[in-house]
Design a protein around this ligand. Structure first.
Ligand SMILES: Nc1ncnc2c1ncn2[C@@H]1O[C@H](COP(=O)(O)OP(=O)(O)OP(=O)(O)O)[C@@H](O)[C@H]1O
Ligand SMILES: [Mg+2]
Length: 721
């Protein structure tokens, strides 16, 4: 068998890594040096040259998308079926194991994955039951505590409270109740997936032995961001016999806040015998200018293992730096640059806008919409995270498992069907007192006449609805069921009646769910298609969005950009307090993690990089005046060119009479573009456009929940926020 093609297009160091005899290996190298490429070629090599069976390969990637791409690349290189290969994220692989061995893992067969919203909902309820004051004990803090403990491999039973520490005592009480609630409902949160998968090895030596025989090689990408449980899981699985190849870059460790441990890199060579350490030093991704800037920024970090990166690539264009007047101006600038890019015949999909916080996306999205430019948010408000989709899925979850209280609470009165908060309270307390699910409690509460007749009837109607939907599941295909659910539940009618674009979008999303169900490929014969669909929805969380195939600008947070590359990158919001983030500034290690995030951002760019910051920025309803980010100063000036534009926005300081639609202030009204406002009916939103002036002025407001509306200022009674 000719294997030479697997070694083509690799440099010497890469080739050495790809073709090495199977052994423990650590590839430690900077961004764009071909780590992921080496991993893919290594797998192909192991199969073709070392005769390993595809099912002997276990590969861990950082996202589901990366897993799909890895499989495709191997298909291309080898032209053999790779379905039996295990490729996925830690969470995906853990889920697969738990589904296959639910009994050994102590889980119900139809256990559900709990996403972070639903997790918070359960924790809120526990806080209520424990009568914790929400201002003193924010549920988010408990959520953070619980997940942090699980990431460290600790269950409530493992936690010792020292002395009379009120914080620890309280957190432990919440954690204990939370464990019970999850157990009762048969739900598993993200951190739990990993923890259970790890315990599965420890509790079932025979099962472990089975997988140790099956897998002949383990490979891990983005190793610098593995947390304690993930590392322990790998270590136990690998044992002394399975070689493991890990690739990573300590300078790109950006999930410390979620428990990732850079130290795992140093630990690796100690824990895995005869580890061969390979360094890759040539960058193939970026121009010399971009690489020079990235190297200069990261050089300011003290805690580094130390690596060199060089490129044969040319100098390329300078990095452009734009000082925007405010966030609207910044968004407009970025969109114009991308328009220019597209005019030169380039693809939109080759351009990316990267930002530190999700909340920054809205203004950018609005500017893109105004310019009629398709865009896609990668890893942001994902399809399966959208409210209407989660509601529809909750119905399906309830059909699948009546004891899923979280799903029940979500939809019992959505859309409204006369089951008020008080009724739900009665059902909830009943369930709690009797240690039953809410579904069981429903029947008892009605039977024992604990509620007024009207409330009881409403509950009975709800029970009948779910039962009748369920009775159809055997005959209906998955998409027919989804269609039936969105119709019979009243969800689609409800959103149709909602006015504005948002309602329309929600209706479209629900219809899209039926399409998704139709396209769904239920491959596991042992589980019902519904169960598999729900699992996939919860796990994949819509990394694949509806418009994936349309040529669109890519928007994402810096965290989601890891491992990706784009010819054109716009890195926005380069301001102190925003990036580096305010929350990180108290500790040196926090700043270093932000700097690594900046290094990740810069090194995503292949040809051209734009940096921008806004002198004033409205976020979360406040106007902020932040200094330019320190990371800008850390880039040597020789790489940077400042952009000056004739901006059409006049600054309030040098107030000039505004022209319709062009100026900043709406003349004679005290309202300005970009201003957050509140409307009695439509809620909060932002002024994005206007016509006329004074008492005849009309303004266009983008409401957070109600979409965009034109309002006559005089009658709208807008409250400036
Ligand atoms: N020997 C090579 N010849 C040509 N191109 C290469 C070579 N090695 C890598 N590349 C290209 O360089 C780019 C970066 O490679 P890759 O994504 O594997 O780097 P990485 O080290 O995984 O980066 P990151 O740290 O950002 O994940 C890719 O476009 C890849 O195809
Ligand atoms: Mg990579």
């Amino acid at each position: 068998m000719d294997v030479s093609h697997i070694l083509n297009d690799l440099n010497d160091a890469q080739r050495q890594a790809v073709a090495a005899p199977p052994s423990n290996m650590l590839i430690l190298a900077g961004a764009g040096s071909g780590k992921t490429r080496v991993l893919v070629h290594r797998i192909a090599w192991l199969i073709q040259a070392e005769n390993m069976a595809p099912q002997g390969i276990l590969a861990v990637t950082f996202t589901n998308k990366a897993a799909r791409e890895m499989r495709e690349r191997i298909d291309e290189l080898l032209n053999i079926p790779t379905r039996s290969m295990w490729v996925g994220t830690f969470h995906g692989l853990a889920h697969r194991l738990l589904k296959a061995h639910w009994q050994d893992a102590g889980l119900p067969q139809n256990f559900q994955i709990l996403d972070s919203d639903d997790q918070l909902r359960i924790i809120k309820r526990i806080h209520k039951e424990l009568a914790l004051d929400e201002t003193k004990w924010p549920p988010k803090q408990s959520q953070w505590f619980i997940n942090g403990q699980k990431d460290e491999g600790k269950r409530a039973a493992h936690i010792e409270v020292y002395g009379n520490d009120l914080y620890q005592k309280t957190m432990l009480a919440v954690y204990l109740q939370y464990e019970q609630a999850c157990e009762r409902q048969g739900v598993v949160d993200f951190a739990e997936l990993l923890l259970r998968a790890h315990e599965l090895w420890l509790k079932n030596p025979r099962l472990l032995a089975h997988y140790q025989q099956r897998f002949q090689h383990i490979l891990v990408d983005e190793f610098q961001d593995t947390n304690a449980v993930q590392y322990a899981w790998l270590r136990v699985l690998a044992g002394k016999q399975i070689p493991i190849a890990a690739v990573g870059d300590d300078d790109q460790s950006i999930y410390g806040w979620r428990g990732a441990k850079i130290e795992n890199i140093q630990q690796f060579a100690r824990d895995f015998a005869n580890t061969q350490v390979i360094k890759l030093e040539q960058n193939y991704r970026s121009t010399a200018t971009i690489l020079g800037a990235a190297n200069a920024v990261i050089a300011n970090n003290t805690e580094r293992l130390g690596k060199e990166l060089w490129t044969e690539g040319g100098e390329g264009e300078p990095i452009s730096l734009y000082t925007a007047f405010n966030e609207q101006d910044e968004a407009r600038f970025v969109v114009e640059r991308i328009e220019e890019w597209v005019k030169q015949g380039e693809l939109r999909a080759q351009s990316a806008i990267l930002y530190r916080s999700n909340a920054q996306s809205r203004v950018l999205e609005e500017a893109l919409i105004r310019a009629g430019m398709p865009y896609r948010i990668y890893g942001g408000q994902r399809f399966y995270d959208r409210l209407e989709i989660k509601n529809a899925l909750a119905y399906m979850r309830l059909i699948n498992n009546r004891h899923d209280d979280t799903a029940l609470e979500r939809v019992i009165n959505t859309p409204t069907r006369g089951i008020g908060g008080k009724t739900v309270d009665v059902v909830r307390s009943y369930a709690r007192e009797h240690g039953s699910s809410m579904w069981q409690a429903l029947a008892n509460v009605v039977e024992q006449k604990l509620l007024p007749a009207r409330a009881s009837n409403a509950l009975l109607a709800f029970v009948a609805l779910i039962d009748s939907l369920d009775s159809g599941t055997d005959e209906l295909s998955l998409d027919e069921l989804a269609d039936e659910v969105i119709k019979s539940s009243g969800l689609i009618e409800f959103h149709k009646k909602e006015k504005g674009e948002k309602g329309q979008a929600r209706v479209e999303n629900l219809q899209e769910l039926v399409v998704a169900a139709k396209q769904f490929d239920a491959s596991d014969e042992e589980l019902s298609p519904l169960q598999q669909f729900l699992d996939e929805a919860a796990l994949d969380a819509g990394e694949q969005q509806a418009d994936e195939y349309e040529d669109s600008v890519q928007l994402m947070t810096l965290h989601s950009a890891k491992g990706l590359e784009f010819p054109l990158v716009c890195l926005v919001g380069m301001e102190e307090n925003l990036f580096p983030h305010k929350m990180s500034m108290d500790e040196a290690s926090g700043i270093e993690e932000e700097r690594r995030l900046c290094y990740v951002g810069i090194t995503r760019a292949m040809q051209k990089l734009y940096l921008s910051y806004a002198e004033s920025r409205r976020m979360y309803g406040n106007e902020n005046f932040n200094a330019p980010s320190r990371f800008i100063r850390e880039i040597p000036t020789e790489y940077v060119e400042e952009v000056r534009l004739n901006t059409t926005i006049s600054r309030p300081a040098s107030y000039a009479p505004a022209v319709n639609g062009n100026g900043y202030d709406v003349p004679g009204t005290g309202i300005s573009l970009g201003q957050p406002v509140f409307h009695q009916i439509f809620g909060s939103g932002t002024v994005v456009n206007f016509e006329g002036q004074g008492s005849s002025a009309r303004v266009q407001v983008n409401f957070d929940d109600e979409g965009s509306k034109w309002l006559v200022l005089q009658y709208a009674n807008l409250e400036a926020l």
